[in-house]
Design a protein around this ligand. Sequence first.
Ligand code: ADP
Length: 376
Amino acid sequence: MVGGGQLARMTHEAGIPLGIRFKLLSASPQDSAALVAGDVVVGDHRDLDTLRAFAKGCDVITFDHEHVPTEHLRVLEAEGIPVRPGPAALVHAQDKGVMRARLTRLGVPCPRHRIVEDPADVRRFAETEAGGFPVVLKTVRGGYDGKGVWIVASAADADRVTEPFLAGVPVLAEEKVDFVRELAANVVRSPHGQAVAYPVVESVQAGGVCDTVIAPAPGLPAETAVAAQEMALTVARELEVTGHLAVELFETADGRVLVNELAMRPHNSGHWTQDGAVTSQFANHVRAVLDLPLGDPRPRAPWTVMANVLGGDFPDMYPAFLHCMARDPQLKIHMYGKDVKPGRKVGHVTTYGDDLADVRERARHAADYLRGIIDE
Ligand code: ADP
């Protein structure tokens, strides 16, 4: 796996009972997965020779992030190394412009959008194509957790928001969708073409970062949920995705579901599956990239809630950790081994059961307590 973050750490963990030998290319020996994996190469994933040397002896290469240059992956593939997902699929998770164009051709509902050249073009897009301001600007590559996304509130604002045009990559403008909530439809597909769909979840964001995930999305009509799952399976099939595909969605007040973006790797909206589904997203990602039969994606309980633990102002989480374990023995805690820095994702908790309000409160309490924003 290329990339040493927490996704690699948890993918490694999921491969152990399957007897999978795991090799890691990590940017630093201190990265979350590098701290626990036995076979770690420290190197730069943007360097082709490093990737080539790393790939020697691997049966398959997969990723914990989207940042390996597409052209390097094409070279590896041309040299006979199985890359999953392959570059032809992965480019849709790397480049939002390519993704929007392809999904639109497939008839998948997306916000109105186009590539814009400069602030004057943003005004034209807003006034003639997007139904007015506000609009959203995104650099097509390099964004994550809300970085690389700007809201342009008005025509006057269009002249002020020049930063995206300085990044040296194309800028995508989108209508600002007036969504009621964000959802995710997560599926896993193998090279054989076998695919499974997890229940559609609600993903609650705070400050551009995923905060809480509720599985399944409360109150989502069954036909909307099934349509979203089918759409995600169609995207996986048409783009020939191998591994886990997260389709991030906006749900609108009139019941429509639009695609925000795609991720082709285990995803934060799927962490709940570690404890809440028969087979986790990590185990199914491993199975898929190795072309093994996939595991059952169904939930184990009526409700599962995942809450991210963000770093707070207290670098020492240990006392809070003890408290949370003692307070709620049913709580599942997943820490990533990362140094605590304010706002950084350092772990997550999950809870599951029959009563959504109770499950949600317990997950929320533990995440807030670990962060240090409550103390009782
Ligand atoms: P990133 O790659 O940083 O995750 P996203 O494209 O997912 O960027 O955007 C981050 C957040 O910005 C989304 O979760 C959503 O809350 C908001 N956002 C993005 N695009 C739109 C849009 N077209 N309309 C309304 N909100 C948007």
